[in-house]
Design a protein around this ligand. Structure first.
Ligand code: FAD
Length: 403
Protein backbone atom coordinates (compact mmCIF):
# COMPACT_ATOMS: atom_id res chain seq x y z
CA UNK A 1 0.00 0.00 0.00
CA UNK A 2 1.33 3.42 -0.94
CA UNK A 3 1.15 6.47 1.35
CA UNK A 4 0.74 8.78 -1.64
CA UNK A 5 0.08 8.56 -5.38
CA UNK A 6 1.41 11.56 -7.33
CA UNK A 7 -0.08 11.98 -10.81
CA UNK A 8 2.22 13.84 -13.23
CA UNK A 9 6.03 13.91 -13.17
CA UNK A 10 6.68 17.48 -14.32
CA UNK A 11 8.69 19.72 -11.98
CA UNK A 12 5.73 19.95 -9.57
CA UNK A 13 4.99 16.21 -9.36
CA UNK A 14 8.58 14.95 -9.45
CA UNK A 15 9.73 17.37 -6.75
CA UNK A 16 6.65 16.66 -4.58
CA UNK A 17 7.31 12.91 -4.88
CA UNK A 18 11.02 13.37 -4.10
CA UNK A 19 10.36 15.55 -1.02
CA UNK A 20 7.76 13.03 0.21
CA UNK A 21 10.13 10.08 -0.26
CA UNK A 22 12.89 12.02 1.52
CA UNK A 23 10.60 12.26 4.54
CA UNK A 24 10.05 8.50 4.57
CA UNK A 25 6.79 8.16 2.63
CA UNK A 26 6.10 5.30 0.23
CA UNK A 27 5.30 7.14 -3.00
CA UNK A 28 4.04 6.06 -6.43
CA UNK A 29 4.63 8.60 -9.24
CA UNK A 30 2.77 8.04 -12.53
CA UNK A 31 3.20 9.90 -15.82
CA UNK A 32 1.64 9.18 -19.18
CA UNK A 33 4.88 10.09 -20.99
CA UNK A 34 8.38 8.57 -20.95
CA UNK A 35 11.23 10.77 -19.73
CA UNK A 36 13.07 12.70 -21.03
CA UNK A 37 10.05 14.37 -22.64
CA UNK A 38 9.39 17.87 -24.01
CA UNK A 39 7.04 20.40 -22.41
CA UNK A 40 5.96 23.56 -24.25
CA UNK A 41 7.59 26.38 -22.29
CA UNK A 42 9.85 29.44 -22.53
CA UNK A 43 12.46 27.25 -20.77
CA UNK A 44 13.41 30.03 -18.31
CA UNK A 45 14.06 28.70 -14.82
CA UNK A 46 14.11 31.42 -12.16
CA UNK A 47 15.69 31.79 -8.73
CA UNK A 48 12.61 30.60 -6.80
CA UNK A 49 12.78 27.16 -8.47
CA UNK A 50 16.53 26.93 -8.04
CA UNK A 51 16.40 27.71 -4.31
CA UNK A 52 13.82 25.01 -3.62
CA UNK A 53 15.28 22.41 -5.99
CA UNK A 54 18.74 22.82 -4.44
CA UNK A 55 17.34 20.65 -1.60
CA UNK A 56 17.15 17.81 -4.14
CA UNK A 57 20.59 18.50 -5.62
CA UNK A 58 18.98 19.60 -8.90
CA UNK A 59 20.43 23.12 -8.94
CA UNK A 60 24.04 21.88 -8.80
CA UNK A 61 23.33 19.39 -11.58
CA UNK A 62 21.65 22.10 -13.66
CA UNK A 63 24.80 24.23 -13.47
CA UNK A 64 26.74 21.34 -15.01
CA UNK A 65 24.01 20.42 -17.49
CA UNK A 66 22.99 21.88 -20.80
CA UNK A 67 21.83 25.17 -19.29
CA UNK A 68 22.61 28.79 -20.05
CA UNK A 69 23.05 31.25 -17.22
CA UNK A 70 21.17 34.47 -17.92
CA UNK A 71 22.16 37.74 -16.30
CA UNK A 72 19.23 40.03 -16.98
CA UNK A 73 16.16 40.89 -18.95
CA UNK A 74 15.35 43.24 -21.81
CA UNK A 75 11.92 44.81 -22.18
CA UNK A 76 10.81 46.63 -25.29
CA UNK A 77 7.76 48.85 -25.60
CA UNK A 78 5.28 49.02 -28.51
CA UNK A 79 7.09 52.25 -29.51
CA UNK A 80 10.32 50.25 -29.98
CA UNK A 81 12.11 51.84 -26.99
CA UNK A 82 13.87 49.24 -24.91
CA UNK A 83 15.53 48.81 -21.57
CA UNK A 84 17.98 46.12 -20.47
CA UNK A 85 18.02 45.40 -16.76
CA UNK A 86 20.74 43.28 -15.15
CA UNK A 87 19.65 40.92 -12.37
CA UNK A 88 20.98 41.92 -8.97
CA UNK A 89 24.55 40.61 -8.44
CA UNK A 90 23.49 39.80 -4.85
CA UNK A 91 21.24 36.95 -5.97
CA UNK A 92 22.67 33.61 -4.82
CA UNK A 93 21.14 31.66 -7.65
CA UNK A 94 20.90 33.34 -11.04
CA UNK A 95 18.31 32.35 -13.61
CA UNK A 96 18.91 29.75 -16.32
CA UNK A 97 17.49 28.85 -19.68
CA UNK A 98 17.37 25.08 -20.08
CA UNK A 99 15.18 23.13 -22.49
CA UNK A 100 12.43 21.43 -20.51
CA UNK A 101 13.40 18.14 -22.10
CA UNK A 102 16.61 18.33 -20.02
CA UNK A 103 15.42 20.31 -16.99
CA UNK A 104 12.37 18.15 -16.24
CA UNK A 105 14.50 15.04 -16.61
CA UNK A 106 16.85 16.30 -13.85
CA UNK A 107 13.92 16.76 -11.45
CA UNK A 108 12.44 13.40 -12.52
CA UNK A 109 15.78 11.63 -11.82
CA UNK A 110 15.87 13.29 -8.36
CA UNK A 111 12.55 11.55 -7.59
CA UNK A 112 14.01 8.27 -8.83
CA UNK A 113 17.14 8.78 -6.66
CA UNK A 114 14.97 9.54 -3.62
CA UNK A 115 13.42 6.06 -3.90
CA UNK A 116 10.08 6.95 -5.48
CA UNK A 117 8.39 4.09 -7.36
CA UNK A 118 7.73 5.32 -10.90
CA UNK A 119 5.32 4.19 -13.59
CA UNK A 120 6.00 5.84 -16.95
CA UNK A 121 3.73 5.54 -19.97
CA UNK A 122 0.88 5.26 -17.45
CA UNK A 123 -2.11 7.56 -17.67
CA UNK A 124 -4.44 8.42 -14.79
CA UNK A 125 -7.95 7.94 -16.15
CA UNK A 126 -10.13 8.50 -13.08
CA UNK A 127 -10.30 8.73 -9.31
CA UNK A 128 -11.37 6.06 -6.82
CA UNK A 129 -13.58 7.19 -3.96
CA UNK A 130 -14.50 5.97 -0.49
CA UNK A 131 -17.54 8.03 0.45
CA UNK A 132 -16.59 11.67 -0.17
CA UNK A 133 -12.83 11.01 0.06
CA UNK A 134 -10.47 10.28 -2.82
CA UNK A 135 -8.97 6.83 -2.22
CA UNK A 136 -6.83 6.15 -5.29
CA UNK A 137 -6.49 6.36 -9.06
CA UNK A 138 -7.40 4.24 -12.07
CA UNK A 139 -4.30 4.01 -14.25
CA UNK A 140 -4.01 2.80 -17.86
CA UNK A 141 -0.72 0.87 -18.05
CA UNK A 142 1.48 0.67 -21.16
CA UNK A 143 0.06 -2.78 -22.00
CA UNK A 144 -3.41 -1.19 -22.23
CA UNK A 145 -4.69 -2.75 -19.00
CA UNK A 146 -6.39 -0.51 -16.43
CA UNK A 147 -5.45 -0.99 -12.79
CA UNK A 148 -6.93 0.53 -9.64
CA UNK A 149 -4.22 1.77 -7.27
CA UNK A 150 -5.18 2.79 -3.75
CA UNK A 151 -3.64 5.27 -1.31
CA UNK A 152 -5.02 7.57 1.40
CA UNK A 153 -3.66 10.59 -0.51
CA UNK A 154 -3.64 11.52 -4.21
CA UNK A 155 -1.64 14.52 -5.44
CA UNK A 156 -2.71 15.93 -8.81
CA UNK A 157 0.39 17.40 -10.49
CA UNK A 158 -0.76 16.66 -14.01
CA UNK A 159 -0.57 20.14 -15.42
CA UNK A 160 -2.86 22.56 -17.21
CA UNK A 161 -5.30 19.90 -18.44
CA UNK A 162 -5.32 17.97 -15.16
CA UNK A 163 -7.27 14.70 -15.21
CA UNK A 164 -7.26 14.74 -11.40
CA UNK A 165 -8.85 18.23 -11.28
CA UNK A 166 -11.37 17.06 -13.88
CA UNK A 167 -12.18 14.01 -11.73
CA UNK A 168 -12.77 16.38 -8.82
CA UNK A 169 -15.22 18.43 -10.88
CA UNK A 170 -13.01 21.53 -10.87
CA UNK A 171 -13.56 23.95 -13.78
CA UNK A 172 -10.25 24.33 -15.59
CA UNK A 173 -10.81 26.92 -18.28
CA UNK A 174 -11.79 30.31 -16.97
CA UNK A 175 -10.96 32.45 -20.03
CA UNK A 176 -10.40 35.57 -17.92
CA UNK A 177 -7.63 33.80 -16.03
CA UNK A 178 -6.07 31.75 -18.79
CA UNK A 179 -3.39 32.43 -21.37
CA UNK A 180 -2.90 30.67 -24.70
CA UNK A 181 0.73 30.46 -25.83
CA UNK A 182 2.87 29.00 -28.58
CA UNK A 183 6.57 28.21 -28.71
CA UNK A 184 9.04 27.49 -31.50
CA UNK A 185 12.75 26.67 -31.49
CA UNK A 186 15.02 28.52 -33.91
CA UNK A 187 18.63 28.22 -35.04
CA UNK A 188 20.66 31.20 -36.18
CA UNK A 189 18.86 34.07 -34.43
CA UNK A 190 21.37 36.89 -33.89
CA UNK A 191 21.68 40.05 -31.81
CA UNK A 192 21.47 38.67 -28.26
CA UNK A 193 22.88 40.71 -25.39
CA UNK A 194 26.24 39.28 -24.27
CA UNK A 195 24.81 38.56 -20.80
CA UNK A 196 22.31 36.16 -22.43
CA UNK A 197 19.41 38.39 -21.40
CA UNK A 198 15.85 37.13 -21.66
CA UNK A 199 13.87 39.36 -24.04
CA UNK A 200 10.25 40.35 -23.52
CA UNK A 201 8.76 42.47 -26.27
CA UNK A 202 5.46 44.29 -25.85
CA UNK A 203 4.21 44.65 -29.41
CA UNK A 204 1.01 46.38 -30.58
CA UNK A 205 -0.51 43.22 -32.00
CA UNK A 206 0.29 41.13 -28.92
CA UNK A 207 -0.43 43.33 -25.87
CA UNK A 208 -1.81 42.62 -23.29
CA UNK A 209 0.41 39.58 -23.89
CA UNK A 210 4.01 39.55 -25.07
CA UNK A 211 6.42 38.13 -27.63
CA UNK A 212 9.59 36.56 -26.21
CA UNK A 213 12.99 35.63 -27.58
CA UNK A 214 15.15 33.66 -25.12
CA UNK A 215 18.70 32.51 -25.92
CA UNK A 216 19.35 28.78 -25.56
CA UNK A 217 22.49 26.93 -24.44
CA UNK A 218 22.92 25.31 -27.88
CA UNK A 219 23.14 28.74 -29.55
CA UNK A 220 19.52 28.55 -30.65
CA UNK A 221 16.52 30.53 -29.44
CA UNK A 222 13.20 29.80 -27.77
CA UNK A 223 10.70 32.12 -29.47
CA UNK A 224 7.04 32.45 -28.62
CA UNK A 225 4.07 34.53 -27.67
CA UNK A 226 1.31 34.35 -25.11
CA UNK A 227 -1.99 36.23 -24.86
CA UNK A 228 -5.05 36.05 -22.60
CA UNK A 229 -7.55 33.54 -23.99
CA UNK A 230 -10.37 36.11 -23.76
CA UNK A 231 -8.40 38.45 -26.08
CA UNK A 232 -7.48 35.65 -28.49
CA UNK A 233 -11.15 34.82 -28.86
CA UNK A 234 -12.37 38.42 -29.07
CA UNK A 235 -9.82 39.39 -31.74
CA UNK A 236 -10.07 36.02 -33.50
CA UNK A 237 -6.28 35.71 -33.48
CA UNK A 238 -4.43 32.88 -35.21
CA UNK A 239 -1.30 32.62 -33.11
CA UNK A 240 0.88 30.78 -35.63
CA UNK A 241 0.22 33.43 -38.28
CA UNK A 242 0.92 36.15 -35.73
CA UNK A 243 4.26 34.52 -34.85
CA UNK A 244 5.26 34.53 -38.53
CA UNK A 245 4.28 38.20 -38.78
CA UNK A 246 6.34 39.10 -35.70
CA UNK A 247 9.43 37.32 -36.99
CA UNK A 248 9.03 39.20 -40.29
CA UNK A 249 8.29 42.55 -38.57
CA UNK A 250 10.91 45.20 -39.37
CA UNK A 251 11.80 45.45 -35.66
CA UNK A 252 12.86 41.79 -35.49
CA UNK A 253 13.43 40.67 -39.09
CA UNK A 254 17.16 41.55 -39.24
CA UNK A 255 17.76 39.20 -36.30
CA UNK A 256 15.93 36.34 -38.04
CA UNK A 257 17.71 36.78 -41.37
CA UNK A 258 19.30 33.41 -42.10
CA UNK A 259 17.59 31.84 -39.07
CA UNK A 260 15.53 28.70 -39.42
CA UNK A 261 12.79 27.14 -37.36
CA UNK A 262 13.63 23.73 -35.95
CA UNK A 263 10.69 21.40 -35.35
CA UNK A 264 7.04 22.33 -35.05
CA UNK A 265 5.37 25.32 -33.46
CA UNK A 266 3.62 23.92 -30.39
CA UNK A 267 0.87 25.45 -28.25
CA UNK A 268 -0.21 24.95 -24.64
CA UNK A 269 -2.38 26.66 -22.01
CA UNK A 270 -1.37 28.63 -18.92
CA UNK A 271 -3.86 28.54 -16.00
CA UNK A 272 -3.13 31.74 -14.09
CA UNK A 273 -2.83 32.27 -10.37
CA UNK A 274 -5.09 35.33 -10.54
CA UNK A 275 -7.82 32.80 -9.84
CA UNK A 276 -6.32 29.84 -7.98
CA UNK A 277 -8.41 26.68 -7.85
CA UNK A 278 -9.50 24.79 -4.79
CA UNK A 279 -6.24 23.05 -3.93
CA UNK A 280 -7.15 20.46 -1.28
CA UNK A 281 -9.97 18.24 -0.10
CA UNK A 282 -10.58 14.87 1.54
CA UNK A 283 -7.69 12.67 0.40
CA UNK A 284 -6.34 15.00 -2.29
CA UNK A 285 -4.15 18.01 -3.08
CA UNK A 286 -3.35 19.78 -6.37
CA UNK A 287 0.06 21.34 -7.12
CA UNK A 288 1.55 23.50 -9.89
CA UNK A 289 -0.49 24.12 -13.04
CA UNK A 290 -3.14 21.65 -11.86
CA UNK A 291 -3.76 24.16 -9.03
CA UNK A 292 -3.60 27.14 -11.44
CA UNK A 293 -0.62 28.91 -9.91
CA UNK A 294 1.13 30.55 -12.89
CA UNK A 295 2.27 34.16 -12.42
CA UNK A 296 -0.32 36.24 -14.34
CA UNK A 297 2.19 38.84 -15.53
CA UNK A 298 5.34 36.91 -16.41
CA UNK A 299 3.81 33.51 -17.24
CA UNK A 300 6.35 31.79 -14.98
CA UNK A 301 4.96 28.63 -13.43
CA UNK A 302 7.88 26.36 -12.59
CA UNK A 303 8.73 28.29 -9.40
CA UNK A 304 5.21 28.12 -8.01
CA UNK A 305 4.91 24.46 -9.05
CA UNK A 306 7.93 23.48 -6.94
CA UNK A 307 6.96 25.83 -4.11
CA UNK A 308 3.52 24.19 -3.89
CA UNK A 309 5.18 20.75 -4.19
CA UNK A 310 7.42 21.44 -1.22
CA UNK A 311 4.46 22.59 0.88
CA UNK A 312 2.32 19.62 -0.25
CA UNK A 313 5.09 17.26 0.92
CA UNK A 314 5.07 18.87 4.39
CA UNK A 315 1.28 18.54 4.67
CA UNK A 316 1.41 14.94 3.43
CA UNK A 317 3.78 14.23 6.36
CA UNK A 318 1.39 15.90 8.80
CA UNK A 319 -1.52 13.85 7.45
CA UNK A 320 0.47 10.62 7.74
CA UNK A 321 1.62 11.43 11.27
CA UNK A 322 -1.90 12.23 12.47
CA UNK A 323 -3.57 9.56 10.32
CA UNK A 324 -5.99 12.28 9.19
CA UNK A 325 -6.14 12.88 5.43
CA UNK A 326 -9.33 14.91 5.55
CA UNK A 327 -9.85 18.50 4.45
CA UNK A 328 -9.55 19.65 8.05
CA UNK A 329 -5.80 18.85 7.90
CA UNK A 330 -5.09 19.30 4.17
CA UNK A 331 -6.75 22.73 4.00
CA UNK A 332 -3.57 23.84 5.83
CA UNK A 333 -1.73 23.21 2.55
CA UNK A 334 -3.94 25.60 0.58
CA UNK A 335 -3.70 28.25 3.32
CA UNK A 336 0.08 27.97 3.40
CA UNK A 337 0.59 28.23 -0.36
CA UNK A 338 -1.86 31.06 -0.86
CA UNK A 339 -0.39 32.81 2.19
CA UNK A 340 3.05 32.65 0.55
CA UNK A 341 1.85 33.66 -2.92
CA UNK A 342 -1.21 35.87 -2.42
CA UNK A 343 0.64 39.21 -2.49
CA UNK A 344 2.84 38.25 -5.40
CA UNK A 345 -0.10 36.96 -7.48
CA UNK A 346 -2.23 40.00 -6.71
CA UNK A 347 0.51 42.43 -7.75
CA UNK A 348 1.24 40.44 -10.92
CA UNK A 349 -2.46 40.46 -11.78
CA UNK A 350 -2.50 44.25 -11.49
CA UNK A 351 0.66 44.45 -13.61
CA UNK A 352 -1.03 42.28 -16.24
CA UNK A 353 -3.85 44.85 -16.35
CA UNK A 354 -1.36 47.72 -16.63
CA UNK A 355 0.29 45.96 -19.58
CA UNK A 356 -2.98 46.45 -21.49
CA UNK A 357 -2.24 50.19 -21.64
CA UNK A 358 0.02 50.85 -24.55
CA UNK A 359 0.74 54.50 -23.72
CA UNK A 360 1.68 53.62 -20.16
CA UNK A 361 4.04 50.87 -21.34
CA UNK A 362 5.63 53.25 -23.84
CA UNK A 363 6.10 55.91 -21.18
CA UNK A 364 7.57 53.65 -18.47
CA UNK A 365 10.01 51.92 -20.80
CA UNK A 366 11.07 55.16 -22.54
CA UNK A 367 11.69 56.94 -19.24
CA UNK A 368 13.40 53.92 -17.63
CA UNK A 369 15.75 53.63 -20.61
CA UNK A 370 16.95 57.16 -19.78
CA UNK A 371 17.05 57.03 -15.98
CA UNK A 372 19.47 54.74 -14.15
CA UNK A 373 17.58 55.23 -10.89
CA UNK A 374 14.33 54.09 -12.46
CA UNK A 375 16.05 51.15 -14.13
CA UNK A 376 17.51 50.14 -10.72
CA UNK A 377 14.03 50.34 -9.15
CA UNK A 378 12.64 48.03 -11.83
CA UNK A 379 15.59 45.66 -11.34
CA UNK A 380 14.74 45.35 -7.61
CA UNK A 381 11.17 44.50 -8.57
CA UNK A 382 12.21 41.07 -9.85
CA UNK A 383 13.25 40.06 -6.37
CA UNK A 384 10.94 42.00 -4.12
CA UNK A 385 7.14 41.95 -4.18
CA UNK A 386 7.06 45.11 -2.05
CA UNK A 387 9.04 46.95 -4.73
CA UNK A 388 6.86 45.47 -7.47
CA UNK A 389 3.75 46.75 -5.73
CA UNK A 390 5.00 50.28 -6.54
CA UNK A 391 4.16 49.58 -10.18
CA UNK A 392 0.51 49.50 -9.23
CA UNK A 393 0.59 52.87 -7.46
CA UNK A 394 -0.22 56.20 -9.21
CA UNK A 395 2.69 57.76 -7.29
CA UNK A 396 5.13 55.54 -9.16
CA UNK A 397 3.91 56.94 -12.48
CA UNK A 398 4.18 60.52 -11.24
CA UNK A 399 7.80 59.71 -10.38
CA UNK A 400 8.29 58.22 -13.83
CA UNK A 401 6.88 61.35 -15.44
CA UNK A 402 9.28 63.44 -13.40
CA UNK A 403 12.29 61.23 -14.24
C1 FAD B 1 4.32 28.53 -23.93
C2 FAD B 1 4.63 28.49 -22.46
C3 FAD B 1 5.76 29.14 -21.98
C4 FAD B 1 6.09 29.08 -20.62
N1 FAD B 1 7.27 29.62 -20.20
C5 FAD B 1 7.65 29.48 -18.91
C6 FAD B 1 8.95 29.90 -18.50
O1 FAD B 1 9.78 30.35 -19.30
N2 FAD B 1 9.28 29.76 -17.18
C7 FAD B 1 8.40 29.22 -16.27
O2 FAD B 1 8.73 29.15 -15.08
N3 FAD B 1 7.19 28.76 -16.66
C8 FAD B 1 6.80 28.86 -17.95
N4 FAD B 1 5.59 28.34 -18.36
C9 FAD B 1 4.74 27.65 -17.37
C10 FAD B 1 5.31 26.26 -17.04
O3 FAD B 1 5.52 25.53 -18.23
C11 FAD B 1 4.36 25.48 -16.12
O4 FAD B 1 3.92 26.34 -15.10
C12 FAD B 1 5.06 24.26 -15.50
O5 FAD B 1 5.37 23.31 -16.49
C13 FAD B 1 4.17 23.62 -14.43
O6 FAD B 1 4.73 22.42 -13.97
P1 FAD B 1 3.80 21.21 -13.49
O7 FAD B 1 4.72 20.18 -12.94
O8 FAD B 1 2.70 21.73 -12.65
O9 FAD B 1 3.08 20.68 -14.83
P2 FAD B 1 3.71 20.09 -16.17
O10 FAD B 1 5.08 20.55 -16.35
O11 FAD B 1 2.71 20.37 -17.24
O12 FAD B 1 3.76 18.51 -15.92
C14 FAD B 1 2.59 17.75 -15.89
C15 FAD B 1 2.94 16.29 -16.13
O13 FAD B 1 1.75 15.52 -15.97
C16 FAD B 1 1.70 14.51 -16.95
N5 FAD B 1 0.29 14.16 -17.13
C17 FAD B 1 -0.70 14.92 -17.63
N6 FAD B 1 -1.86 14.26 -17.59
C18 FAD B 1 -1.60 13.05 -17.04
C19 FAD B 1 -2.40 11.92 -16.73
N7 FAD B 1 -3.72 11.91 -16.96
N8 FAD B 1 -1.81 10.84 -16.19
C20 FAD B 1 -0.47 10.82 -15.94
N9 FAD B 1 0.33 11.87 -16.22
C21 FAD B 1 -0.23 12.97 -16.75
C22 FAD B 1 2.33 15.16 -18.17
O14 FAD B 1 2.84 14.17 -19.06
C23 FAD B 1 3.44 16.00 -17.53
O15 FAD B 1 4.66 15.29 -17.47
C24 FAD B 1 5.23 28.39 -19.71
C25 FAD B 1 4.08 27.74 -20.19
C26 FAD B 1 3.78 27.78 -21.55
C27 FAD B 1 2.56 27.05 -22.05
Amino acid sequence: MYDVIVVGAGPGGSSAAAFMAQSGQHVLLVDKEYFPRDKVCGDAVGGKSLDILSRLGVTKKLMKADALQTWGITFSAPSGDQISIPFSPEWDTPAFVCKRQSFDDLVFRAAEDAGVEIWQGSEARGLLWTGDAVAGVTVARPDGKQVDVRAPLVVGADGAYSAVARGLGIDQLDKKHYVGAIRAYYEGVTGFNEGNYLEIHFVDTVIPGYFWIFPLPDGGANVGLGMPSSVLKKRNIRMRELLDQLVADRRFAPRFEGARRVGKIRGWGLPLGSRPRKMAGNGWMLVGDAASLIDPFSGEGIGNAVLSASSAADWASTARRTGDYSLSVLSGYQKEVLGLLRDELRVSHLMQKIARRKRLLNMVIRKASRSKELADTISCMFDDVGERRKLTSPLFYLRVLAA
